[in-house]
Design a protein around this ligand. Structure first.
Ligand code: PLP
Ligand code: COI
Length: 343
């Protein structure tokens, strides 16, 4: 199959339309059989649940070309299961997990010409999402829904790729205690837009959100979880009910323990512990692991020993092992790599 003529190595994290997307409609209490379509547009009532009350959830995963030329995705079963959890939390019907995987397979196979070549530094980002499409005016769930999956080739989430970024402690919260911070709902991202625009205007790359209850503990950024490395080489990652259970973070915890034989702590991380950390990274599908060189707390710089030039030593090992597994250079744990058959 001939690849599209795209400058893969210079792609940013942006949207470009690919050939096919998957659509399934939920009507009269059931999902239809679903289909691939060329149509990237959606027509709906002006009063649709998604437009009025933000009833929408999504997922994000990537397709990779491995060293030996296969096209694979990484742990799509966990995205299917997280979408199910998100759906339940905001009163949407569950899209069956096996059908989620089938839809991802169909979209990737139909857009195989857009899956970036091995070694290009780019990947095909896959965006499954679901929203309330029928009209609601009283505050209640919609009756009808649409599930879709599109894909778009992407490069690094942060400009500069592996160069450490600077983040600020946000004065805004992205989630509420007992709220929806632990699901992937569009409303959480709308919450973060003013904060990210403000951070960018002030010259920062991202925000560090604190726990909304006490504002003393580290939560996450608008689109990634945190991983820290202590000065004595332990990997520490925040545990909280109001952060998204990142698949990348859960995978890195396994990699740290089982591949790199590091000690790992998943626990509350207090803001005033940051001075004791040697390395910091943001982890997520889009972010992979993006190193953080400095956190700014209202004018006070917290600088990690790893500095502003390159990834910390342990962060780099985690990055190399995870991407090695994803690209087929390192043997993966059972069930992590899901091959897509392309005719
Ligand atoms: N946290 C937030 C708020 C996110 O949007 C994401 C991205 O999906 C993550 C963390 C990372 O999750 P994952 O590793 O499953 O992509
Ligand atoms: C992802 O990593 O898949 C996300 O959804 C994060 C988003 C900010 C792009």
């Amino acid at each position: 199959m001939e690849k599209k003529d795209i400058d893969w190595s210079n792609l940013g994290f942006g949207y470009q339309k690919t050939d096919k997307r998957y659509v399934s409609d939920y009507k009269n209490g059931a999902w239809d059989e679903g289909r691939l379509t060329d149509d990237d547009t959606i027509t709906m009532s002006e009063c649709a649940g998604v437009l009025q009350y933000a009833q929408t959830i999504f997922e994000g995963l990537k397709a990779y070309t491995t060293e030996d030329g296969r096209i694979v995705t990484f742990r799509p079963d966990l995205n299917a299961s997280r979408l199910k959890d998100s759906a339940k939390r905001i009163e949407m019907p569950v899209f069956p997990e096996d059908r989620f995987i089938d839809a991802v397979e169909k979209v990737v196979a139909a857009n195989a010409a857009y899956v970036p070549p091995y070694g290009s530094g780019a990947t095909l980002y896959i965006r499954p999402f679901m929203f309330g499409i029928s009209p609601v005016i009283g505050v209640k769930p919609a009756k009808d829904y649409q599930f879709r999956v599109f894909s778009t080739p992407v490069g690094p989430y942060f400009k500069g790729g592996a160069k450490p970024i600077t983040i600020k402690i946000s004065d805004f919260d992205r989630a509420a205690p007992h709220g929806t911070g632990n699901i992937k709902a569009g409303l959480n991202y709308a919450m973060s837009l003013h904060a990210i625009v403000t951070a960018h205007e002030e010259g920062y790359d991202e925000n560090m959100y604190l726990d909304p209850g006490t504002r003393t503990k580290v939560e996450e950024t608008g689109g990634a979880n945190f991983l820290f490395v202590t000065k004595d080489g332990k990997v520490v990652t925040p545990k909280s009910d109001s952060i998204l259970p990142s698949i990348t973070r859960r995978s890195l915890v396994h990699v740290a323990k089982e591949y790199l034989h590091l000690e790992v702590e998943e626990r509350e991380v207090f803001l005033d512990e940051l001075d004791n950390m040697a390395e910091c990274g943001l982890c997520g599908t889009a972010a992979v692991i993006s190193p953080v060189g400095k956190v700014v707390d209202h004018g006070r710089d917290i600088c990690f020993a790893s500095g502003m030039e390159e990834m910390g030593e342990i962060t780099k090992k985690l990055y190399d092992t995870l991407t090695g597994i994803q690209m087929g250079r390192i043997e993966a744990p059972e069930g992590w790599i899901h091959e897509i058959k392309v005719d």
